[in-house]
Design a protein. Structure first.
Length: 323
């Protein structure tokens, strides 16, 4: 797919693309570290809640609220009622080492401003590992996502949700769709730089550099890292028999400058109802890397297009101006 590429991109030209997004990456990582420290006091309680969410007899909304990420602007209003224009709530699923509070500081309010009911969870805690999330086995995290989606549906009265996920958060929901009954509850899955067919340990180590303390646990305390390595048993199980589930719309938004899930084409899916989109086809001058896919304005606009293609045009370089 391609968009209208406008001449004279508003992206700054005073420094090299690599230098530009290295500084942006450092700023994002610093912000993640500060917010992670602020949340550290609540982490043990949340870890217990996520480990025990939605036992038999527990109210589904309360179980989902135990997983909700704090402090996400525009998200987790449990009184929100979907409109006729946007009848499906949007569930945001963060990536490896991150949490819902740092991953969605721009996309969540953008969706809320368009009238969506938006919900963001934090999942994937491992015993004894503070702050860092989305490191538990993918199968366990998919069960937490199932709990969260059930609570969102119960709170809103909607029949289905749409999911937007970044990195592991774009791949892990496919496990939920295939093995935990999610296909009947999800209309559209949008993956931003998803690890659909795996990456190398070098790629995961590169990602870990963005999150303080993550490098030390890549090899020792991150089952999700092993699950996302090329050729893992989990990925073999997930992708056996085809990439997609009937009735679900799939969007993959990738960048040529991804240094974590490589080659970037390994993110793409095959099958019916699949839309594979490359950011540089929409705007050649745009150069987000893996981490910055969650904050890039062209990507953000394309997410809106994926969720409502009948009313929102495909993104282009103009999205840098429009936000």
């Amino acid at each position: 797919m391609s968009g209208t590429n406008l001449p004279g991109s508003p992206l700054p030209r005073s420094t090299s693309p690599r230098g530009r997004f290295t500084r942006r990456l450092a700023a994002l990582a610093a912000g993640a570290g500060l917010l992670g420290a602020a949340l550290a006091g609540a982490a043990p309680a949340q870890a217990r809640a996520t480990a025990n969410a939605n036992p038999n007899g527990t109210d589904p909304v309360a179980a989902a609220q135990a997983l909700a990420a704090p402090g996400v602007p525009g998200a987790n209003d449990w009184s929100c009622q979907p409109s006729s224009a946007h009848p499906r709530p949007v569930v945001l699923v963060h990536g490896t080492f991150a949490n819902g509070s740092v991953n969605w500081l721009t996309i969540a309010p953008a969706l809320a401003a368009q009238g969506y009911c938006v919900y963001a969870l934090t999942y994937g805690a491992q015993p004894g590992v503070p702050v860092l999330r989305a490191i538990a086995p993918v199968a366990d995290s998919a069960q937490q996502l199932s709990t969260f989606v059930d609570g969102v549906l119960a709170a809103t009265g909607a029949g289905q949700v749409d999911i937007v996920g970044h990195s592991q958060g774009g791949m892990m929901p496919r496990y939920y769709l295939k093995f935990d009954g999610g296909a009947a509850k999800v209309h559209t899955l949008v993956g931003l730089a998803p690890s659909n067919h795996g990456t190398t340990l070098d790629g995961l180590t590169t990602l870990a550099q963005s999150f303080p303390g993550a490098q030390q646990i890549v090899a020792s305390a991150c089952p999700a890292c092993a699950d996302q390595e090329v050729g893992s048993a989990m990925l073999g199980k997930l992708n056996a028999g085809g990439d997609t589930m009937p009735g679900v719309e799939y969007w993959v938004i990738a960048t040529k400058f991804d240094e974590v899930v490589t080659p970037y084409t390994s993110q793409y899916l095959s099958g019916p109802n699949v839309h594979n989109v490359l950011v540089q086809d929409l705007c050649p001058a745009n150069v987000p890397d893996h981490v910055l896919m969650a904050v890039d304005p062209v990507v953000r606009h394309e997410v809106l297009h994926a969720l409502d293609p009948d009313h929102v045009s495909e993104a282009s370089c103009l999205a840098n101006l429009a936000g």
